[in-house]
Design a binder for this molecule. Structure first.
Ligand SMILES: Cc1ncc(COP(=O)(O)O)c(C=O)c1O
Length: 305
């Protein structure tokens, strides 16, 4: 699997920082105390089959009631992910007493668009299409999961995709090859431009995407720019929606399960921002924690406030 992103759910009566957390670059959620029961079966096969026709469909968006005061509210959303993703208990050995860890399997949100990226792209791509874009520009590291997901989403929607990928100075003039995410990006026909880490740091991602945007505009194209990681206020709605999804999944279980803490990996910050907002404004009220690449836990609410 090229990209995986999981949310972990922990049920615990202990303070969350007392737990040792394995170094995963994946969203996690932690939760508390009440006893789990078996999920009630809802054998609604015709409804499920009808929903499967929604894939790649664009529909008007209405936010959860608890987020309806946020501005701006996206007007539309594409169905790009295979949602809802499952939640299941993670049977880790040696957990402290009264502690349960649960995973929200966002790595199962769709193979080519997998992980957390697709939830942001559902909103970003809807805006791109609403604005009449004929191509998408985005930027990231040479093996950026976000860039791969964007390239695939663009292909699904019949848009061209332009990727600016950061690499080492020594490799900037070479063919980027076909390894990892590059294989998928090139397979779906994305246009790839390489930039050295030094130039990237000197010019900055916003200026770099703007230069490419100006060039494409002069060529008569209609580009739509997605920032690093798809993390802007619009992309954040993807994880506000994920919180609604978790709330609905908990309601179906209807056994009083409640998560205390949410832990996610953090790169560009959109995932933790959406989860923190959704958790704070919604019913869950779980604390959101981020784990950055140095594995430092920081209170996620700060990011969204
Ligand atoms: C697998 C995976 N999980 C989590 C993240 C972090 O997401 P975000 O960029 O929204 O902070 C990333 C992106 O860096 C990722 O690739």
């Amino acid at each position: 699997m090229l990209c995986s992103a999981k949310l972990t759910l922990l049920r615990s009566s202990l303070p969350p920082l007392g737990h040792s957390i394995s170094a995963l670059r994946q969203p996690k959620i932690y939760c508390s105390q009440s006893q789990a029961t078996e999920t009630e079966t809802n054998d609604d096969a015709p409804k499920a089959m009808a929903l499967s026709f929604d894939f790649l469909g664009k529909k008007p968006y209405s936010p959860p009631s608890w987020a309806s005061h946020l501005r701006p509210i996206p007007s539309h959303v594409f169905s790009l992910g295979h949602l809802p993703t499952p939640i299941h208990k993670w049977n880790l050995p040696n957990l402290p007493q009264n502690t349960e860890v649960w995973l929200k399997r966002d790595d199962l949100s769709g193979m080519q668009l997998s992980g957390n990226k697709v939830r942001k792209l559902e909103f970003l791509m809807a805006e791109a299409v609403a604005q009449g874009a004929d191509c998408i520009i985005t930027i990231g590291g040479i093996q950026s999961n976000h860039c791969r997901a964007t390239a695939v989403a663009a292909k699904y929607l019949n848009l061209d995709c332009y990727l600016i990928l950061r690499t080492s100075k020594a490799l900037v003039d070479q063919d980027p090859g076909l390894t990892g995410n590059l294989l998928v990006e090139r397979f779906v026909g994305a246009h790839i431009q390489l930039i050295s880490k030094e130039e990237y740091a000197r010019i900055g991602s916003v200026a770099l995407t703007n230069v490419l945007k100006e060039k494409l505009l002069k060529e008569g194209r209609r580009p739509y720019v997605i920032p690093v990681g798809g993390s802007n206020s619009l992309g954040t709605w993807g994880y506000i929606e994920a919180m609604r999804e978790i709330e609905q999944q908990l309601q179906i279980r209807s056994n009083g399960v409640k998560f205390d803490d949410i832990v996610v990996a953090c790169g560009s910050g959109g995932t933790i921002a959406g989860l923190s907002l959704g958790s704070w404004l919604g019913e869950l009220k779980a604390k959101a924690w981020l784990m950055d690449f140095k594995q430092v836990l920081t209170h996620g609410i700060l990011l969204a406030s």
